[in-house]
Design a binder for this molecule. Structure first.
Ligand code: PLP
Length: 464
């Protein structure tokens, strides 16, 4: 009998060959020239097979906000594995009820609105559920969304995600959103200046309702063809873009006038990424529906969900079985989610995250003075953007961005007497923005280390 070779005994290069052959390339791994295998994670660091330490400035697209291997969250997960590891969703367990209660009570306080929470298994599935809720409420299925939006990659989520690249291989999207320019003031779609524009982009949106011949509104019947507007209060994949303070207030007035629901996607920016529990709190408006996921469980057992106002989601209008997944309110995810909320209650993130974020931005702005290729630096809480350009400080440079990213990932940087790596993630309309979502627990020393590594990766890229 021939002995079977164990996968675990394969070397890194053998594993990469197997991956190339047996793993689908349909996900995002092969965006990178040299896919990387990591062995372990702790705090803000990832480690490869040679024990090289990589400082992670993206924390799994803002899913692992509370640090890799967070002891408090891990230990709750382990306890739940020993106590109630599995349970069919038609039965109840304590953590699900307590987690939903906490989120609803929190929103009641924040928004003075009663509502309910409905769980699902991740971001895109939460978006799917929100769309069912909208269809159920209004009987319609067309919505507005933003240029630069990202809401996930299931079919419905892709239909409200702006990039055509995500849709073009998958046939006709009858429900494709009507996309509207996001207030991306560094590169204003209308070529206006932030301080003098008078929110020109909102006025352009408002103009669409002036005549039925602008395609979206029947002025005789007072009815808009589009029934909700999906927003990211801070745009995530689009490049961590921070809108002007009054933008959403002005937009909301128009939506209210035309009875259009506001759906707030907090999947990437929720749970304190922006220095407030929800990103939308930075703008003083109340959404009708919210979607959340990622950091609720610190990226441990998948859990997502929606919160919606009572009138949209009460059992009388959204009856049992309206949506379902076997894994939707799983016992492991809900236990961790509940502990995440307890961590938030026990911490002063409103202070610490804003302090760390300000320090980060200050250091990056100092670097920007030295390197004209850093076109824009901005941040809110610990959602930070660094836009990489040609030497004119404006023309986007995807090539330079990619080189910096690869230098970080090579694990061949050195700082403080040690070989190191740096994990960066690239977003933005021109793929030239580092969207930085560092761990909430990074110390100022680690922020200095991040800057040192970033500068080294940049210098090497400029020389290449
Ligand atoms: C704003 C936003 N919405 C939705 C999603 C999709 O979430 P998931 O990847 O968990 O399906 C993401 C993921 O990055 C996101 O950033």
């Amino acid at each position: 009998m021939t002995k079977k070779k164990k996968v675990s005994s394969n070397s890194q290069s053998e594993l990469l060959k197997l991956e190339e052959k047996y793993c689908s390339w349909g996900d995002t791994v092969h965006y990178s020239k040299q896919p990387k295998i990591f062995e372990r994670a702790r705090g803000p660091y990832l480690y490869d097979d040679k024990n090289v330490e990589y400082l992670d400035l993206q924390m799994w697209y803002s899913a692992a906000n509370f640090g890799y291997g967070n002891e408090r969250l891990n230990s709750v997960l382990k306890k739940q594995i020993d106590k109630l590891p599995q349970l069919a969703c038609q039965y109840l367990h304590k953590e699900k009820i307590e987690l939903a209660t906490k989120l609803c009570q929190l929103n009641e306080k924040k928004f003075d609105a009663k509502g309910r929470v409905h769980f699902s298994v991740g971001g895109a599935s939460a978006i799917e559920d929100s769309m069912k809720l909208i269809r159920n409420t209004t009987g319609k299925n067309l919505v507005f969304a933003f240029f630069g939006s990202y809401h996930g990659r299931t079919l419905e989520a892709s239909s409200i995600t702006s990039s055509y690249r995500y849709r073009r291989h998958f046939g006709h999207f009858a429900n494709r959103a009507h996309f509207v320019p996001y207030p991306y003031c560094f590169r204003c779609f209308y070529g206006k200046g932030k301080d003098t524009c008078g929110l020109y982009c909102v006025r352009q949106f408002e103009k669409l309702f002036e005549s039925e011949y602008y395609s979206i509104y029947d002025s005789k019947g007072d009815e808009c063809e589009f029934t909700a507007f999906y927003i990211e209060a801070i745009q995530g994949t689009g490049g961590y873009i921070i809108p002007p303070k009054d933008y959403f207030k002005e937009l909301k007035k128009i939506l209210d006038r035309y009875k259009i629901l506001l759906v707030d996607d907090e999947i990437q920016m929720g749970f304190y990424r922006t220095g407030k529990f929800w990103a939308v709190e930075n703008f003083g408006i109340t959404p009708d529906i919210m979607a959340f996921g990622k950091a609720l469980t610190n990226g441990l057992n998948p859990l997502g969900g929606i919160w919606a106002k009572e009138k949209l989601i009460s059992p009388g209008v959204f009856p049992p079985g309206s949506t379902h997944s076997t894994f939707s309110s799983n016992t492991l995810g809900t236990a961790v989610g509940l502990e995440t909320l307890k961590i938030i209650e026990d911490s002063d993130f409103a202070t610490s995250i804003n302090q760390k974020g300000n320090y980060f931005v200050k250091q990056f702005k100092a670097l920007q003075k030295k390197y004209p290729n850093i076109g824009d630096v901005d941040g809110i809480g610990l959602a930070l953007r660094v836009e990489i350009c040609e030497a004119d400080g404006f023309t986007p440079s995807r090539a330079l961005t990619d080189k910096i990213c690869e230098n970080g990932l090579s694990g061949k940087l050195s700082a403080q007497g040690k070989r190191r790596g740096l994990i960066l993630d690239v977003g933005g309309y021109y793929k030239n923005v580092f969207t930085l979502a560092p761990s909430f627990y990074m110390s100022n020393r680690e922020i200095d280390l991040a800057l040192e590594l970033f500068e080294e990766a940049l210098i090497k890229a400029l020389k290449a």
